[in-house]
Design a protein around this ligand. Structure first.
Ligand code: UDP
Length: 447
């Protein structure tokens, strides 16, 4: 692993990159997102970090003169065929199966229909219209595999999450990902010209679990929109006033899709431990849970409410439906600390967004979170999911009232290293590398 890691660190795009000389410059990308639309509200259902990732990345690529068309499955009848999202970025709605009533798990049966829609759009253009296919999540990778081969262009793929990684870290009672997904992911790993991983850790997972060739993987850290997520002039007090939250309260915040994988239950249990140990805190603690049910959490949308009631902390927990990102920035600013006890996390955008707003993070030491959070500087990483450990870490914010401020200042500084501009520049380099790999394959096939 150490060898892989050091090799992959060198691959952090920008290091080993050579220009795609002799090949076509990438001017137009067909970006594929079968199961979720970049136009959906993130924080509930199938919409989350990947949606934000695509929107922010596509905008920044367009600023670099790389036009992006995002293909997604139509989930309502009244949707226009094509929507302009930003200059140089459009979303194309593809008819594939009924608009409503299909879960993500049903979509493998719709991949032929989706591919048909993508091919139809392509057939309406002059030859060579798209220079590259960039697929997101394994369902899109399956479509991208065929489209890229048919069009004679490179395929770049980002997994976002991987079945084998999720299955290795399941929450108690959560459903494992099916073997069909593992097979599909393995096929994409060998078909893609370039794989984009969020972190060196994720690159290692692609290599260890799926046999990806190390030289095929580019590590591109996701970014954060630093114009939107930033400390506010009025500080925490102003944000609390805007959200009608008490000024002197301890506010540990959970934000994101509510499902066992994200472990919001660990925060609720930790709060119960904290209140058991120090009942006087009850008067001055508020625990907002911002987001909506998702994934296996959809089967029991009331589970977290029931848990809070069973543990006797329902009076301090405030469930909030998902909010737009400007509003979410206020929740981050108002919080004492963001708590992210996930069992598995490819990166964890909310961790970096909260820090960009000047709020420290307590996170599980899993996946990309150790990259997003600097332990002891911008927050704390906790090993495992024992609520007592999270309670003890929260307790530090009670005992040291200045702790949040100190860590928060360092967090805002740390987050500034994660702009989307850098992510787009690194992605453009990965595109160039995919082009070189693609042409190498073509040459060896002809030879
Ligand atoms: N989010 C949002 N509104 C909400 C909750 C979350 O817009 O009410 C966004 C949040 O800003 C973040 C994304 O949803 O960009 C969640 O991304 P993350 O990587 O943390 O988790 P994922 O959904 O990818 O598992």
């Amino acid at each position: 692993m150490t060898t892989y890691t050091s090799r992959l660190s060198a691959l952090r795009v920008g290091g080993a990159h050579k220009r795609w000389t002799g090949g076509r410059r990438v001017r137009r990308v067909a970006m594929l997102s079968v199961h979720t639309s970049p136009l959906h509200q993130p924080g509930t259902g199938d919409a989350g970090g990947m949606n934000v990732y695509m929107v922010e990345l596509a905008r920044r690529l367009a600023e670099r003169d790389i036009e992006v068309e995002i293909f997604t499955r139509a989930t309502a009848g009244a949707l226009p065929c094509k929507v302009e999202l930003a200059p140089g970025v459009s979303v194309r709605h593809v008819s594939a199966g009924p608009y409503e009533g299909l879960a993500k798990e049903d979509l493998p049966a719709q991949l032929c229909a989706f591919t048909h829609g993508v091919m139809q759009a392509w057939a309406g253009h002059r030859p060579g219209y798209y220079d590259l296919v960039h697929s997101h999540y394994w369902l899109s990778g399956q479509v991208g595999w065929l489209a890229a081969q048919r069009w004679g262009v490179p395929l770049v793929h980002a997994m976002h999450t991987m079945a084998k990684v999720k299955n290795a870290a399941l929450a108690e009672g959560d459903c494992p990902e099916p073997s069909a997904r593992v097979i599909g992911e393995s096929q994409i790993v060998s078909a893609a010209d370039r794989l984009i991983a969020n972190t060196v850790e994720e690159a290692g997972e692609l290599i260890r679990h799926y046999g990806a060739a190390p030289g095929k993987v580019s590590v591109v850290h996701p970014g954060v929109n630093l114009d939107r997520f930033r400390p506010d002039r009025g500080g925490r007090a102003a944000a609390r006033a805007r959200l009608s939250l008490p000024q002197d309260a301890l506010i540990p915040l959970f934000a994101g899709r509510i499902q066992p994988l994200k472990a919001p239950d660990v925060l609720i249990r930790a709060v119960a431990v904290l209140l058991d140990e120090d009942p006087s805190l009850r008067e001055r603690i508020v625990v907002p849970v911002v987001g909506g049910p998702s994934g296996s959490g959809l089967a029991k949308p009331e589970a977290l409410h029931k848990l809070a009631a069973q543990l006797g902390v329902a009076d301090v927990v405030r469930f909030q439906p998902p909010v737009d990102q400007d509003r979410l920035a206020d929740w981050y600013r108002a919080a004492t600390v963001l708590v992210m006890p996930s069992h598995s996390e490819s990166f964890g955008l909310v961790a970096i967004e909260a820090q960009a707003c000047g709020t420290p993070v307590i996170a599980a030491a899993v996946g990309g979170l150790p990259v997003a959070v600097r332990d002891g500087h911008t927050g704390f990483l906790v090993s495992g999911h024992d609520p007592r450990d999270y309670a003890a870490t929260l307790r530090r914010f009670v005992d040291q009232p200045r702790l949040g401020e100190t860590l928060g200042a360092a967090a805002a500084k740390h987050a500034r290293d994660f702009g989307w501009g850098t992510a787009a520049a690194d992605t453009a380099k990965a595109y160039a590398e995919a082009g070189s790999a693609h042409r190498r394959h073509l040459r060896s096939a002809h030879a």
